[in-house]
Every structure is written in C-alpha cells, then in structure tokens.
Design a protein around this ligand. Sequence first.
Ligand code: PRX
Length: 662
Amino acid sequence: MSDTAGDNTALEQELDRMLEIEKFPPPAEFRDRATWSDPAIYEEAAADPVAWWTARSKELLDWDTPPTEGLDDSDPPFYKWFSDGRINASAQCLDRHVAAGNGERVAYHWRGEEGERRDVTYAELLASTERFANALKDLGVDKGDVVGIYLPMIPEVAVAMLACARIGAIHNVVFGGFSAESVRERMEFSEAKALVTVDGARRKGRTAPIKEQVDEHLGDLGSLEKIVVVRATGIDCPMSEGRDVFYDEVCEAAEADCPAQPMEAEHPLFILYTSGSTAKPKGILHTTGGYMTGVTTTHRYVFDLKPETDVYWCAADVGWITGHSYIVYGPLSNGATSVMWEGAPDYPHKGIWWETVQDTGATILYAAPTAIRTFIKWGADIPAKYDLSSLRLLGSVGEPINPKAWLWYHQVIGGGRCPIVDTWWQTETGAIMITPLAGITETKPGSATTPFPGVSAEVVDEREGTPVSEGQGLLMLEAPWPSMLRTLYKEDERFVETYFSRFGKERYLVGDAARRDADGYFWVIGRIDDVVNVSGHRLSTAEVESAIVAHEAVAEAAVIGQSDPDTGQAICAFVTLRGGTEPSDDLQEGIRGEVAERIGKFARPKRIVWADDLPKTRSGKIMRRLLRDIAEGRALGDVTTLRDPGVMAELERQIAAEGDED
Ligand code: PRX
C-alpha cells in the first residue's frame, strides 16, 4: 500500500511539473512512421477546400458513379456535396474489402461483459449484413423508410445499421441508455416503420428486460409495423403475433445475396436525435456521399491509421455520433480492425479496459475525458498491472479535457510515447473538425489545437460576428464541409433558425464558446445554449425540466449544468414543490426515478435543491445564470432585472441549509 501511495505522490509531482510544459511536439519515433508529417497539407487544403475534399473522396472511396461536382452552394444553408455521384455506404464498409482479398481480416474483436470473445471478420459481417438487408426487405422496409435501432454494444448493431444503408433505409439509432419512453418519442417523430431491438440487455451482471419495456411504451405506436428482436441474452420476452419477429429467424429465412444498391450521394443515411435548447430533440440528418467522405478521411488522417496493422479501439457507444462515425462507418470504410466492447469500465473489475488493450493488442485508443478522470480516481496502479506497450496513439472526444487529465493519459496510459489527439466535433458536424494531426501538430494539453485540413473555423464576437483576436467568443464554422448535417429531420425552419440565423446562411453557429491563443490554437470552453454535457452525453436543460415537472409533487423546476470534477458537468435541479408537499429524501429519489423513466438513468440530477421560488425576470423567464452562480458558490451577477430580488436571498438560505444536511 505504502509503495503505491509513494508512487502516486511521485506521479502527482511529475504531472504538476509537466503542467509547466506548454507544447508537446510529435514524438520523433511517431513522426518518422506517420503517414502525414508534412504541414504543407494545411496550405494545400486551404487553397481550395472543395477540390481538396473532392480529391479525398475519390482517393478513399470507390464510387459507383464518381461525382463530377464538388459543392453545390446554390441554396444555402441547404448545401449539397458530390450530388451527381452514386455510392453505397455498406459496400464501402464491406464489399470492397472482401473483393480486395481482405475478407478474413477481423472487423471487430468483440468483447462481451462476461468475458465472451467474438472476432467478426469482414466476410462474416458482409454475409450477416446481406441476410439482414434481405430480411428487412421481406418485412416491407423500402428505400427511404426509417428503421429504429435500439441495441446494446453487440455486433448486430453494426449489422443493422449497414443493412439499412445497403437498401437505402434511414436508420435512427437510439443509445441503449435512453429509456423506452425516449425511444418512443424518437420513433414517433421520425415515423419509423420498424424497430430493431433485443430481448434483454446486460449491464454489470444484471439483465434489463428491454423488449418488455419497449412493448410497454411503444405498443400502440401506429406507424411502427415491425419489431425485430435480437436474442442477445435468451431471456423470455413478449412477442406480438404479426408485428414481432426474431432476428435469427428472419435472417435464416432470407436470401443470402443482397447486392448493394448504389445511392445518390445526397440520399439520407441516418437520423440521430440529439439535444438542443428546447425539450424536443433535434433529428440530425446525415446523407451518404459527404458523410462517408468526412468520416473516412478524418478517421484515416487523425488516427494516422494503418489498416493492415492497427488495432483501433473507440470506447464510445454506437448510440452516439462518436459510435456512428468512429466505430462503424469510419473504421469499416477504411478496412480497419476495431475493438467493440460491450461493458462498463468497472465490470468485472476496474482494470478491464487495460486488460482489453493487452489482450487485443490495441494500438489506438479513443475515449472520453470523463472515463479518463474516472481512471485517475481509481489510481495509476491499476493500469500499471497491464502491458500497454502496444498503444501508439491516444484520442479524446466529447468534452474539454483538463490539462491534468491530459497529462495523466499521456504519461500513465501512453507511457509518454503516444501523441494525444483531442478531437472537437459534434453530432451535427458528422466528423472531427478541430484536432491535431499526430505526426505534424505540436499539442497543448487542453486544446483541440487547429481545424482539420479543409475546415474553416473562427472565434467571433457575439454581436458583430467579427473575429476576436484575444479572449472568448463564439465558435463558428465558416464554410460548408462534406459531412455537415443537411437539415433537422422534417424541421427545415428549425435547422435554419438554430444554426444559420445569427450571422447569415453561410456561417454555421456551433453553439460553443471558445477562445484562440497567440498561436491560433482553439480552446473550446463549453456550450452557450441550454445544453449540458454530462460525461460527454448531451442533454438539454428543458428536456430534464419537463421530465421533473411530470412528477406529481413538482410545481416547477429549473435545471442547470454545474461543473463536476468527475463528469465535467452534472445536472443540478432547482425544484419547487406543490403547496403542502414537504421535501424529503424519498421525493428526491422519486424525482430522479421520473427522469430515469422519461429520459434515461444518465440524465438523473446529481443535486436537487428545494426552492420555494425561482428567480424570474419580469416577463417570467427563469434566470439560469443566477442559478449557476448560486450553485457554484460564486458572487451573484446582476439581479436588478428580477421580478422579486428577494428570491435570491431565500435561495441562498436554502442552499446553506442543504450544506448543513450534508
Ligand atoms: O460542446 C462541445 C462538446 O460536445 C458538443 C457536441 O456534443 P455531441 O453532439 O454529443 O458530440 C459529442 C461527440 C463528438 C460540442 O458542441 N465537445 C465535443 N468534443 C469536444 C467538446 N468540447 C471540447 N473539446 C472537445 N474535444
């Protein structure tokens, strides 16, 4: 014990010393072997971004009909890319690798929670995808239909996505951590015709009865004609005659051959719902040719991918954009061998990630800062027990990474020899936008550094929209890029209003605050809208508020994101109870339960503050800024616009009482 404590202190001191280091140049050994080590790439791309992207698209993808056009910007912000080209995303991910003789290459080293191992080759993935694509057709799914996917991290999730892409159906994946109620909402908004789900899902040794929950919440959804159930755990589940079928049975009955249909470049590939400023999630729509160009290019360049030798592990969930772009489409399109991992970081033990690296020989690890902070808490002696020498590159995604966590990742996991790529992007951008190139960029802990070649970003003044040279401003993407969202599904106006109304239809408003330093590096600070980032999961305050007020005892609620050392931000809810209701611990649990039921467990408020009243302006708008100040113990900002300034004194008293209880 004492040895470990001594080591930890020595490590702490080393990391503290390293905080003084401003820049980390690419390690010479890495740079010497990197495919991209010449900074001229930035100038080349900047000289003609559309030509640069078009060249990448043709170099990295096999088009059925190569496009003659790059960007069509005749109707901003409804941009089109490569629009006269034809391509099929599933053929890019599968058929071409098999045709090139790489069918026996492992696409996924799947690792299950209970230690199961399944290595799925490209040839096997193709065969499963063809069968399931035929099965979907047999079930009446046509090109342009929406298919919901609500699956855990099992290889069938990739099969389901690729089978949709193969026949031109639009998939709508819902993260397995969302509740069935959220699935219903997303299926309803997108008018999904079919849903692919499981009998049950495992989590840390327990099995949740997913199909049963789906039935409870989606049983009466008229548009949903078919539910396909993957028997992942073998638990009994209700099946509705005529509507529900088992995945294995429909695949068995289907034809084996399903040639990929070439799709128009702008054919929708998928919808992915994400949180915005209002309670209603936004259906981000991505199309085929541009998206495939964006993810294939960035996955190859950012991770300096060597498809023949790398073992790449993105430890995200397929249900988020990171999983779509960097577990499924990017890696498969590049013919990479990936790790697909089902479990939680502490099950069956806290060294499972490092055991997985050791066991698969992973060379690249792409993870969220929140996971890294958790590992820091558990101690460096855990990863120290495993051989991590196969790693050569580390990535970070989803939220700002604090410099100390960056350094720990660099030293403890990367052994000081692996460059770190801190990648900034969004569901909307489809692919990585601001990132180092590991063989070129000098990195600075905490900064995502500079835009990817062919991407134009700027930090601007919030009123004028002019670049700010020093200090904070709004992050903007100043020119269209191939993998950009095309619209919000069935909500064109909301699309224009949300992203392209602030400074015109040609400048994309990101929704993040950022600053640039003297070297022009970008430092992303966080969201400017009412979106909270909990462990890299995006949530809208309005969404959580509406779940809380659904509780019968609640009169009103206001939710803010509060800084949290573990999860980046945590949900803090100010709750006003209905007259006559007394606050209690049971009530707190009841409110958390309501949020879990309506959104998902990950959205449960960490902190609930009982508030007799909430600070509102004269027009009745809740002033979240003041709630943020008070929650974080900061001096209060301007309170003169409050209808009743006395509210804040009362809240301060209630917060103090909360402290006493602790
Ligand atoms: O605020 C930024 C933050 O995550 C938001 C996008 O969330 P989502 O669409 O769920 O996509 C997450 C995975 C790409 C952004 O608006 N964000 C993402 N990556 C970073 C980040 N903030 C700082 N640094 C990053 N590397």
